[in-house]
Design a protein around this ligand. Structure first.
Ligand code: KG4
Ligand code: ZN
Length: 335
């Protein structure tokens, strides 16, 4: 089975061809980061206009580079929700037009589900497992009982962890997207400053990152001579330890010892090192996508779409994107 996948939920225009047996046939992505950088974050209207401009030339390039013809695909998979609504509208309309022209089915995918399945490009998932999704818009913990059966265990009460990375980066003079910039800078710094590990002592599995951001702001006010690389390393240690402690708590509360970490922040080099070491010590199986598939891409949409299509789940041609449908609801609706 072959699919063409479309991802436009935020500021990456991405397309991929994927085969259930042969795996990756083609993968292409155009990041708009440079266009949004002068504004310090993603500008929704600009993002939608860039998707409109880029999708067709990108499809042409994907076809040329992969040697795959769109007629060969069995279905078109696409991100239906969540995301910037204008950006989703562009990608969903594009996917529909292709499906209509080729007379092929449409398969809807939830962006967070796609992140989860980015960890299974090389292997089949073994259920149940826990999933921590850490991105620019989400910090969520789910129990995945089986395909499409998602139990929400906890999430952020305020900022998402990627958003916190981006805001702290701006405070220390780094460009958008701040996550990769902090990751690189922290490698030259030392964990010198004590910062809070928010909510690690609470009994639930929720997170809160806005206080940590404020703590960094106070730290900068009190220590104007502090080196940005030491701030970056101290901030990153606080984030990773918080995520780790909450993840271990989820394992303890559920007794489930298989764990996926996905979403843009899972590309973080310190996080990958710490999680691998601590999970190995405790005999917890950890699945993290390769770092180039941690951030938004279309292969993850293709991979999740393949699961849905093989279970016979398709969408009608009048399906409409939603800015923010919770994963657990999407899972029930499209099953
Ligand atoms: O999953 P993603 O590409 O888009 C959303 O679905 O939001 O995640 C983007 C987020 C941004 O906040 C970005 O700064 C962060 O992921 N990010 C990182 C790294 N690479 C991307 N954060 C920390 N370390 C990284 N290496
Ligand atoms: Zn994402």
């Amino acid at each position: 089975m072959k699919t063409l996948a479309v991802e436009t939920s935020c500021d990456e225009t991405a397309l991929a061809f994927f085969d259930s047996k042969k795996g990756i046939l083609g993968n292409i992505l155009l990041s708009q980061a440079e266009k949004h950088a002068p504004f310090g974050g993603v500008v929704p209207e600009l993002s939608a206009r860039e998707h409109t401009r880029n999708l067709i030339p990108l499809l042409d390039r994907l076809i040329k580079d992969s040697g795959v013809s769109p007629e060969e695909v069995n279905f078109v998979s696409f991100t239906l929700t969540p995301g910037l609504i204008l950006s989703l509208v562009v990608g969903v309309s594009f996917a529909k037009a292709i499906a209509y022209t080729l007379k092929k089915p449409l398969v809807p995918v939830h962006h967070l589900e796609a992140h989860i399945y980015s960890a299974f490009m090389q292997e089949e998932p073994e259920y149940p497992f826990l999933a921590l999704i850490i991105s620019g818009g989400h910090t969520d913990l789910f129990l995945v009982e089986s395909f499409s059966r998602y139990v929400f265990l906890g999430g952020t009460l305020d900022d998402a962890v990627g958003e916190c990375y981006d805001k702290v980066a701006r405070m220390i003079g780094l460009d958008y997207p701040g996550g990769p910039a902090i990751d690189r800078l922290a490698q030259k710094g030392r964990n010198l400053y004590s910062l809070p590990r928010p909510m690690v002592d609470s009994k639930d599995l929720n997170f809160s990152f806005s206080g940590l951001k404020t703590a960094v702001m106070h730290l900068l006010e009190k220590n104007p001579e502090a080196k940005p690389q030491d701030i970056a390393a101290s901030f990153q240690s606080a984030v990773v330890e918080t995520l780790l402690l909450k993840s271990l708590k989820a394992v303890e509360l559920t007794g489930v010892k298989r764990f996926v970490v996905a979403g843009g922040v899972s590309a973080n080099s310190h996080l990958r090192k710490v999680f691998r070491k601590e999970f190995l010590k405790r005999g917890i199986k950890l699945c993290i996508p390769p770092s180039h598939l941690s951030t938004d891409n279309a292969l993850m949409v293709a991979r999740a779409g393949m699961e849905r299509f093989l279970k016979g789940i398709t969408a009608p041609l009048d399906v409409n994107p939603l800015p923010n449908q919770p994963l657990q609801e999407f899972g029930k609706l499209w099953s």
